[in-house]
Design a protein around this ligand. Structure first.
Ligand SMILES: Cc1ncc(COP(=O)(O)O)c(C=O)c1O
Length: 634
C-alpha cells in the first residue's frame, strides 16, 4: 500500500482550497500558518500551542494571526486598485469595516492600524458600537458610517460629534428617522452628513444572505427615496446627502446577485444625480463571501467567485452605467467584514476522550472459547473471520439480521449480558471491515454507502459550540476542522465532535471534506498521554460576538501572534478567558458573596460537629480555586 503523505491529508481536509493559502501542512505532518499566502515562512501551530501551554495559557485558545488580518485588508485594496487601473475608473475605493463582524477592541484597533494607509473607515449599527468607534477614531480621524435604527440620543451624539470634528455619515434607514434627523439638526444648528440606504429588489436568498430584497427589514423603498429627497430639499438639507448605500446580505454565494444589485443600485445613483442630489459615494455594502468548504461553488458556505472577480464587477458595472448616463463615477465604498476577518483566527483545543466500544478488547479472549458462545454470536464470528470483498453485501445483510436476533434473544432471556455486548462489538468490527473493503469497490452498493456513518466515533473536545462556533449550531455552517498534527499518518478513525456542554445539540456532524461536505471527520487514534489538538479554522467573522454563555462556558483565552523572522513568532497580546467567577457575574452571581454564604453555612455545620474544621477549610479552598479557574476543562 502506498505510504500516506501530507498531500493525502491536504486532499482529505481540502486544505488547499479554503484558507486563501495562509495554511499548509509541513513535511513532519504539522499544520502551519503563513504570514502571507504561500510564503516560505511559517509558524507551526502545534509548536505554538505547546509553547503557550508552557506559558500556562491553556486550550481552548483562540489564535489570532495578525499578519493574516493585515494580508486580507491589503488583498482587498490591491484587487480594487487593480480593477480601478484596468477599467480606467476615475474615482477611489475605500473599505468601511463593519465592526459588528468582530468588535474586539484589539482587533478593530489592529484593523484601523493596518488600514490607515488605505483610509479605512468603520461602519457601526448601534449606540455602543458608535461609542467604540468614536473612541477609536479620536485622534486618528477615522471616518464612520452609521447604520441601524437611531433614537434621539443616538442622533444627537452623532450631530455633536460632527460639530467637534468627527467625520460621521448618518445613514437614513427609514422615513421616520429622517424627520427626526432634520428636526434635531435644526434644533442644534448642525449640518449633518447624510446617506440614504436603499432597499433594492435584488436581494440575497440563502440562510445568511437575507438583508436585501423588497421585504428586507432595512432601507428605503424607491418611492420613499423620492419623498426623502423632497423632504430634504424643502428643509435645505439636500446638499448634505453625499452617499447612497445598499447591502444585499452576508456571504453572497453567487456573483450574479452582486451584478444585479450593482446595476440596480448604480441606476438609482445616476437617477438621483439627475434629480439634483449631490451624491459623491456609492456604498455597495458587505456580502463579499469566503470559501469555507473550498468548493469554489455556490454552496451555502462557499462562493463561486474570487475577490478579484468581485472587485472587477463592482468597478466595471458602476463605470459602465455612469458612463452611459454621462454622470461622473462615484467613489466606491464596500463594507466587507467577513472577507476581512474570517481567515485570521483559529480556535485550537484538545481532545479529552473518545467514546469507544469499551468491551472491544475482550473479544479476542472470548473468541478463544467458541464452545461457550450461542449459535447467533458464533455465526457473527464466522462472518467476521471470513468476510471478503466478494461476500460484502450478503455479509452485511446477515450481520444486520443477526444483531436483531441477538437483541430479541436477550429480551427473551436466552442470551446473557456478556454475549449481547459481544454481539454489539462484533457488529462494529464487521462494519469496520466492510467499510475498509467498500473503499476498494466501484461503484459502491447504495446500501453500503452510509456504512461509515454507523462507525462514527464521538470525540469529545474541550470547547463549547455555543460560545466558539455559534453559527455551526444555529445555521449548520461549515467550518474547516483539522488536527494540528500527525498529518503524515492516515487517520484510523472517523468521528463526530462533541463539545463539553450538557446539550445534545453541542455536537458537530458536518465537516469539510475532499468533495465538499462530509458527515464525518477523519481523526487519529489518540495515543496514551498524547495531547491531540484540533483546529477550527476561519472563525474570525461573527463567531466571537454571537457566542453565548450556554452552561456558563465563557470566552476562551485569546492570543495575538505576529510572524517574526528572527524568533519565528511574537506574542503581541494575551487576553485571558473568563474565569468561573466572571461567567457567574453575567448572571448576577457575585464570587465574594458566594464564598461568604457558603462559609457561613459551613461554620454552622462545624459548630454542630457535622464536619471538621479541616473539611470545611479544604472545601472553601477548592471553591475559591474553582471560582478563579477557567470555565473549560484543564
Ligand atoms: C449594513 C451592513 N454592512 C456590512 C455588513 C457586513 O457584511 P459581510 O460581513 O458579509 O461583509 C453587514 C452584515 O450583514 C451589514 O448589515
Amino acid at each position: 500500500m502506498a505510504r500516506w503523505s501530507m498531500n493525502d491529508s491536504a486532499l482529505m481536509y481540502n486544505l488547499g482550497n479554503w484558507g486563501a493559502n495562509f495554511f499548509s501542512i509541513n513535511k513532519k505532518g504539522n499544520i502551519c500558518a503563513h504570514p502571507t499566502p504561500n510564503s516560505k515562512y511559517s509558524i507551526v501551530l502545534k509548536q505554538l500551542v505547546d509553547d503557550l501551554i508552557k506559558r500556562k495559557i491553556k486550550p481552548p485558545i483562540l489564535l489570532r494571526f495578525m499578519n493574516i488580518l493585515e494580508g486580507r485588508i491589503s488583498s482587498l485594496n490591491r484587487v480594487f486598485k487593480k480593477a480601478i487601473q484596468e477599467n480606467g475608473y476615475p474615482a477611489n475605493y475605500q473599505i468601511f469595516y463593519p465592526i459588528k463582524v468582530n468588535q474586539q477592541r484589539q482587533v478593530v484597533q489592529a484593523i484601523t492600524r493596518f488600514g490607515k494607509k488605505y483610509d479605512i473607515g468603520l461602519e457601526i449599527g448601534s449606540k455602543p458600537e458608535l461609542v467604540a468607534a468614536i473612541s477609536l477614531s479620536a485622534g486618528n480621524g477615522i471616518p464612520i458610517i452609521c447604520n441601524g435604527y437611531k433614537d434621539k440620543e443616538f442622533i444627537e451624539l452623532i450631530l455633536y460629534a460632527t460639530r467637534i470634528g468627527y467625520d460621521i455619515t448618518i445613514i437614513v434607514e427609514k422615513p421616520f428617522e429622517l424627520e427626526k434627523v432634520i428636526e434635531l439638526a435644526h434644533q442644534a444648528g448642525i449640518t449633518p452628513k447624510l446617506g440614504l440606504r436603499v432597499q433594492l429588489s435584488s436581494g440575497g436568498t440563502s440562510t445568511v444572505e437575507t438583508s436585501g430584497g423588497e421585504s428586507a427589514k432595512f432601507g428605503l423603498r424607491i418611492s420613499e427615496i423620492l419623498s426623502a429627497v423632497d423632504l430634504l430639499k424643502n428643509n435645505g438639507l439636500i446638499d448634505s446627502v453625499k452617499l447612497l448605500q445598499f447591502h444585499i446580505g452576508s456571504q453572497i454565494t453567487k456573483i450574479d446577485k452582486f451584478k444585479k444589485a450593482l446595476i440596480e443600485g448604480t441606476r438609482l445613483y445616476v437617477e438621483m444625480k439627475k434629480l439634483g442630489v449631490n451624491l459623491e459615494y456609492l456604498d455597495v455594502g458587505g456580502g463579499l463571501g469566503v470559501d469555507y468548504d473550498g468548493s469554489k461553488s455556490s454552496n451555502a458556505f462557499s462562493v463561486n467567485y474570487s475577490i478579484e472577480e468581485y472587485a472587477n464587477d463592482v468597478i466595471y458595472q458602476i463605470k459602465n452605467i455612469c458612463d452611459a448616463a454621462g454622470i461622473a463615477c462615484p467613489n466606491v465604498i464596500s463594507e466587507s467584514g467577513r472577507a476581512i476577518v474570517a481567515h485570521y483566527s483559529v480556535l485550537v483545543t484538545n481532545i479529552l476522550d473518545t467514546a469507544t466500544q469499551s468491551r472491544m478488547q475482550d473479544i479476542e479472549q472470548l473468541l478463544q472459547q467458541p464452545d461457550k458462545l450461542s449459535p447467533t454470536v458464533l455465526k457473527m464470528v464466522d462472518i467476521y473471520r471470513s468476510i471478503d470483498r466478494y461476500s460484502l453485501l450478503e455479509d452485511y445483510h446477515d450481520t444486520m439480521q443477526l444483531i436483531q436476533e441477538a437483541v430479541s434473544l436477550f429480551n427473551l432471556g436466552y442470551l446473557c449480558l456478556n454475549e449481547r455486548a459481544l454481539a454489539e462489538s462484533l457488529c462494529t468490527l464487521i462494519m469496520r471491515k466492510i467499510s475498509a473493503l467498500v473503499e476498494t469497490l466501484k461503484p459502491v452498493p447504495v446500501e453500503l454507502q452510509n456504512i461509515q456513518l454507523s462507525l462514527r466515533q464521538t470525540y469529545f473536545a474541550n470547547f463549547s459550540i455555543f460560545q466558539s462556533l455559534p453559527d455551526s449550531w444555529a445555521d449548520d455552517q461549515l467550518f474547516p476542522i483539522v488536527p494540528l498534527q500527525r498529518l503524515d499518518e492516515k487517520p484510523a478513525e472517523i468521528a463526530s465532535l462533541a463539545d463539553i456542554t450538557c446539550d445534545s445539540d453541542g455536537e458537530i456532524t458536518s465537516f469539510v471534506g475532499a468533495n465538499g461536505m462530509t458527515r464525518f471527520l477523519p481523526l487519529h487514534k489518540i495515543q496514551p498521554e498524547e495531547n491531540y489538538f484540533i483546529g477550527f479554522f476561519m472563525i474570525g467573522a461573527y463567531q466571537e460576538i454571537l457566542g453565548d454563555l450556554h452552561n456558563l462556558f465563557g470566552d476562551t483565552n485569546a492570543v495575538h501572534i505576529t510572524f517574526n523572522k528572527k524568533t519565528n513568532y511574537r506574542i503581541d497580546t494575551v487576553i485571558h478567558g473568563d474565569t468561573v467567577s466572571e461567567s457567574l457575574k453575567y448572571v448576577q452571581y457575585n464570587g465574594d458573596e458566594i464564598l461568604q454564604h457558603v462559609r457561613d453555612n459551613l461554620e454552622k455545620k462545624v459548630a454542630l460537629r457535622l464536619i471538621s474544621i479541616e473539611e470545611s477549610s479544604h472545601f472553601m479552598e477548592l471553591l475559591g480555586r474553582t471560582l478563579h479557574s477557567s470555565t473549560y476543562l484543564e
